[in-house]
Design a protein around this ligand. Structure first.
Ligand SMILES: Nc1ncnc2c1ncn2[C@@H]1O[C@H](COP(=O)(O)OP(=O)(O)OP(=O)(O)O)[C@@H](O)[C@H]1O
Ligand SMILES: [Mg+2]
Length: 384
């Protein structure tokens, strides 16, 4: 029953009446489309027009020119009050009402919509559970008796109360410490898996943008859209020097952090178990370009590596042949973490294992490097 609508900016410009020679726009000819159910992060340095862009969606600010659609409807043609009830809004300072309980804060929009008390209470309870606050402990507290992170969660619950198709979040996690911030980010991502709202999320932190966004809009002072794309596109092919500088010199590593081991085609290892025929194992190992045989137990769990030259030409394989072991990765390990583990272990290859610890395949440093070249422009590759 959850709903979502696309949000479209068409040549939207906002110039504040004002001073200064050229009177540059706060937002200049912004065009982009956020598909229904996606998270779009607006990111850029201070003063680049992020908040202005967001506030034009719920008409706290009216554009100088251009138009904004939600679904197929021009928001300028809609009643402002009705429009805002269909948009959840979370801001940095949260803006909870201090003299109302948590439950009443959460039920603000349902109250405006005229829901009866029973239904409001049920909805507040449901939403507090959704954002991870036990209603029996929190519903009747006042905002002053909450931590910063708890207040943020109440703010999110309140924004979701009327099941709005669009959610606006302006630096929602800016005021909390890094650990709480990471937890709130993960909670929002989990929540979004169930809700699939259209979310416009503002931050000036590129790492947060990459983590949270299905799409990222990088903005530049003067209100220009510097680049709009998926996190991977932006990291792989920054559209300008500004974007390249903004995403950082470590963008290759950041990209590796976005990709998980299961996205790559793994190299199948040559395996043998204790008691197997050694001559056969030796023949198979020597026929493979990878110079080691992987010794596995009866459940295919890795025991260690045997140099192909050390495999006896007769008799059987014994576990004592194994001389070295590699780091083990799960399918969900990021390529960045995998590379860090290879560096730490001073080896070139690790073993990807399934949930039961059985070997699925090999991942080498070369495969990680090759993947980081995929998707980059020919010019970028030539420069590398
Ligand atoms: N009411 C106003 N009158 C005049 N200029 C304004 C007004 N509000 C914002 N501006 C200017 O518009 C530009 C964009 O402001 P905006 O608040 O959208 O930036 P922002 O990207 O959200 O920045 P921050 O990261 O610091 O929050 C800035 O140069 C700002 O000074
Ligand atoms: Mg702002």
């Amino acid at each position: 029953m959850s709903s979502a609508e696309r949000v479209v900016f068409e040549h939207v410009t906002k110039r504040y009446p004002g001073t200064g020679a050229g009177n540059p726009g706060a937002v200049e000819d912004l065009s982009l489309e956020v598909p229904a159910g996606k998270v779009c992060v607006l990111v850029g340095p201070s003063g680049c027009g992020k908040t202005t862009s967001l506030k034009m969606i719920n008409r706290l600010i009216e554009p100088t020119s251009g138009r904004i659609l939600i679904g197929d409807r021009d928001i300028a043609q809609q009643d402002v009050i009705a429009l805002r009830r269909g948009i959840g809004y979370v801001i940095q300072q949260v803006g909870l009402f201090p003299h109302q309980t948590v439950a009443d804060n959460v039920a603000t929009v349902p109250r405006l919509l005229g829901w009866d008390e029973g239904r409001r209470k049920d909805r507040a309870t449901e939403l507090l559970e959704l954002v991870g606050l036990d209603p029996t402990r929190y519903a009747n507290r006042y905002p002053s008796a909450l931590s910063g992170g708890e207040r943020q969660r109440v703010g999110v619950a309140r924004a979701l109360a009327a099941d709005p198709p669009v959610l606006l979040m302006d630096e929602p996690f800016g005021a909390v410490d890094p650990i709480v911030r990471e937890r709130l980010q993960n909670e929002l991502l989990n929540l979004q898996e169930q809700l699939a709202k259209t979310i416009l999320f503002v931050t000036h932190d590129i790492d947060e943008a990459i983590k949270m966004g299905d799409l990222v809009a990088v903005m530049q002072v003067g209100g220009h859209l510097a680049q709009f794309g998926t996190p991977d596109e932006i990291l792989a092919n920054p559209a300008s020097d500004f974007v390249a500088r903004f995403v950082g010199a470590d963008r290759g590593l950041k990209r590796l952090a976005l990709t998980r081991v299961d996205a790559l085609e793994l190299m199948p290892p040559v395996t043998a178990s204790s008691g197997d025929d050694a001559a056969d194992a030796r023949r198979r190992a020597l026929a493979d370009p990878f110079p080691y045989l992987l010794l596995v137990d009866a459940e295919r769990r890795p025991i260690g590596w045997v140099d192909q030259d050390d495999i006896p030409s007769s008799g059987t394989i014994g576990e004592d042949l194994a001389t070295a072991m590699s780091p083990l990765f799960s399918r969900r390990t990021t390529l960045k973490d995998a590379l860090a583990m290879l560096i730490e272990a001073e080896v070139h290859a690790g073993i990807v294992v399934d949930g039961k610890g059985a070997a699925m395949g090999l991942l080498t440093a070369d495969m990680i490097f090759a993947s980081s070249r995929d998707g980059r422009s020919p010019e970028a590759r030539a420069g590398a």
